[in-house]
Design a protein around this ligand. Structure first.
Ligand code: FEO
Length: 392
């Protein structure tokens, strides 16, 4: 794709990655993604904000044909999908300087052979004049690594945000046209890479509040011409209370655990609790991550395999612990053959979750009336706790 004009003297550059289905060999990308960079031409200086994924180098360098001079490259985030072509750009424009945070300098040096003389590190809030345009660099750590910053273009009121406010969507639309679609993609993205740092993200949002932002140009996905849409969504995800939702990741081998899951789903729904079950044998793990953004309770359902949880259940539990959602309650249900330590092993895997454990329900073999009554009791407890806490 060619460079595309956003406003006078401001251009989108980068690539639309239509085919990628996995990011960082972990994050599912059902809709592909894009890697966005931005070229800003001031009356005196020209700046390139971020670069591109290394395997997109040819397309990116072709977009720079006809750009006579770049004075600065701003590297807002050291991860390779934004920094991967810095060396090629510096080789084409050897007079350019590379602007980043001091922490990013160390990380970029670890990842790329960038000579020391190219670097200029900036302080939080530092400004750079391009002549008729002014950039302000704002430290926003942990969106998504510790070194990240965003860049505010004062005269045009555009925030360049790199991973912050991104979404993994491949589309030919430069600007957000379908907010519903982008909401879902941005929430998935938030769940997978931002949620673990929710408290810091809240502080970053507060830090941006004084800026008059009329447009947000992220490093992935479409540009937001109505920034309040994504700012409000981030506020809801980071500050909002959990909702009256149980997330139920489950796996079953001989259908005994499945019978328990089916019963619990029905019991919860009867009591007015929303349930999001995920069959771990077939589920998109990104959807599970997304559902954790709002959930008040997680119930992991697993058979006992080799004296412990099924590996899929262990994976889902490990992921939930790593993503640090704002859940308040946790429990475990499942069937076993003769014994094991499923509950102890799963409970030991969630040190990051500040949750109250609701008594698990385990049954030997196929569940009977006693087990179903115990699941009804669990549903009563969950419904009551959600109500007590005002989760709606
Ligand atoms: Fe888009 Fe953290 O890289």
């Amino acid at each position: 794709m060619l460079a595309r004009k956003i406003k006078e003297n401001i251009y989108w550059m980068g690539s639309v990655d239509w085919d990628s289905r996995l990011f960082d060999a972990l994050v599912p990308l059902p809709d592909g993604t894009s890697y966005n960079a931005y070229l800003i031409k001031g009356s005196e200086k020209t700046v390139l904000v971020d670069t591109d994924e290394p395997h997109m180098a040819r397309e990116f360098m072709a977009q720079l044909e006809g750009v006579a001079k770049i004075d600065y490259i701003v590297s807002q985030h050291a991860e390779q999908d934004h920094s991967g072509i810095i060396m090629q750009v510096l080789n084409k424009y050897p007079e350019a300087k590379l602007i980043c945070t001091p922490k990013a300098k160390g990380m970029l040096t670890d990842l790329l052979p960038i000579p020391e003389e190219f670097f200029i590190t900036v302080q939080d809030g530092e400004k750079l004049s391009l002549g008729d345009k002014t950039l302000t660099f704002i430290y926003t750590p942990w969106v998504h690594w510790p070194e990240t910053m965003v860049t505010y273009l004062e005269e045009d009121k555009i925030l360049f945000s790199c991973d912050f406010f991104g979404s993994h969507i491949a589309t030919s639309d430069l600007f957000v046209t379908d907010e519903g679609r982008v909401y879902e993609a941005a929430k998935r993205y938030y769940a997978e890479i931002m949620m673990p740092f929710r408290k810091v993200i809240q502080k970053n949002l507060e830090k941006l509040a004084p800026y008059d932002i009329k447009m947000i140009a992220p490093g992935h996905g479409q540009i937001f011409p109505r920034p309040e849409f994504i700012l409000n969504a981030y506020h809801e995800w980071t500050v909002g209370a959990p909702k009256n939702i149980v997330v139920l990741p489950h796996v079953s081998m001989h259908k005994s655990t499945q019978l328990m899951v089916d019963h619990l789903v029905t019991a919860l729904v009867e009591r007015g609790v929303r349930v999001e079950p995920f069959n771990l044998a077939v589920t998109d793990i990104g959807k599970l991550a997304m559902s954790l953004v709002d959930a008040a309770t997680i119930v992991v359902a697993t058979p006992t395999v080799l004296a412990g949880p099924h590996p899929y259940a262990a994976y889902a539990t490990f992921l939930a612990n790593a993503l640090r959602p704002n859940v308040k309650f946790l429990s475990i249900i499942g069937s076993y053959g003769w014994g094991g330590k499923t509950v102890e092993m799963l409970a030991g895997m969630v040190p990051n979750l500040k949750v109250e454990i609701i008594d698990p329900v385990l049954c030997k073999g196929v569940p009977g009336e006693d087990t179903f009554n115990a699941l009804n009791n669990m549903a009563d407890i969950i419904a009551e706790k959600h109500k007590e806490n005002g989760f709606v």
